[in-house]
Design a protein around this ligand. Structure first.
Ligand SMILES: CC(C)(COP(=O)(O)OP(=O)(O)OC[C@H]1O[C@@H](n2cnc3c(N)ncnc32)[C@H](O)[C@@H]1OP(=O)(O)O)[C@@H](O)C(=O)NCCC(=O)NCCS
Length: 203
């Protein structure tokens, strides 16, 4: 890793990173829509990010700052797709996160969302690393941590000759990504869910 303030996360970092993401994504439209308005939102957000981290710590690249106040989850091209068996093992967690009634609709919408991501061959601009999650604890936002993790992941993608891709439901975050070379590719909405944007960055 070129930036000393940025480390590759280990499985032992998972709980601290899930707490950071649970706090960072409070009010983030897609997460709120998934988790719903029932009590216990923070725990359900942490469980949700715990699931994402479980997978990413095995198959992706998880970067964190020195205090685990900032987290980035990346997947190299073609790696992010989850197998049916792996998904079924997480079903009890999904039930707790989303709730029984909402689960079928949310899973249908999530499967639509997944189709927006680039294949192993990439986007119109070529192969792309996928930035799955970037979050900074609210107490530590606007101190440069998000930018450092983003640039560290982009450096890895460049070393691999690839660009980058992300989906966001935060219109407010778009200028941040544009400052790091991303351009908005498409605006759309998942069924019953919030507005979303795809952004790409050339290698
Ligand atoms: C967006 C985010 C990752 C930026 O990380 P950060 O460490 O706070 O940002 P940096 O200090 O590196 O850069 C500052 C810039 O980030 C953006 N930013 C910071 N906080 C933000 C927030 N809450 N919402 C939107 N943009 C924000 C602004 O463009 C800011 O520039 P400014 O201070 O000139 O306005 C972080 O604020 C965050 O986790 N937000 C909540 C979760 C989220 O929206 N993640 C991105 C979803 S795809």
């Amino acid at each position: 890793m070129h930036d000393p303030g940025c480390a590759t996360a280990l499985a032992s970092d998972k709980d601290a990173l899930a707490r950071t993401l649970g706090a960072a994504f409070r009010g983030y439209p897609l997460t709120e829509w998934l988790v719903g308005s029932r009590p216990g939102g923070r725990q359900r957000r942490e469980r949700y990010f715990g699931l994402l981290l479980d997978d990413a710590l095995r198959r992706g690249v998880v970067l964190r700052d020195a205090e685990s106040k900032a987290v980035a989850i990346w997947y190299p091209p073609g790696v992010w797709e989850i197998g049916v068996g792996d998904f079924l093992r997480t079903l009890p967690d999904w039930l707790r996160i989303v709730g029984v009634r909402a689960l079928p609709g949310r899973l249908r919408a999530l499967s639509e969302l997944v189709k927006e991501r680039p294949t192993a061959e990439g986007t119109a601009t070529g192969r792309a690393w996928v930035l799955e999650v970037l979050g900074v604890d609210p107490d530590a936002q606007r101190t440069g941590r998000g930018s450092r993790l983003l640039e560290a992941g982009l450096a890895r993608a460049r070393e691999d000759g690839a660009g980058a891709f992300l989906l966001t439901s935060s219109e407010d975050a778009i200028p941040f990504y544009e400052r790091h070379g991303f351009v908005v590719e498409k605006a759309f909405a998942v069924r019953g869910g919030p507005p979303m944007w795809t952004l790409c960055r050339e290698p």
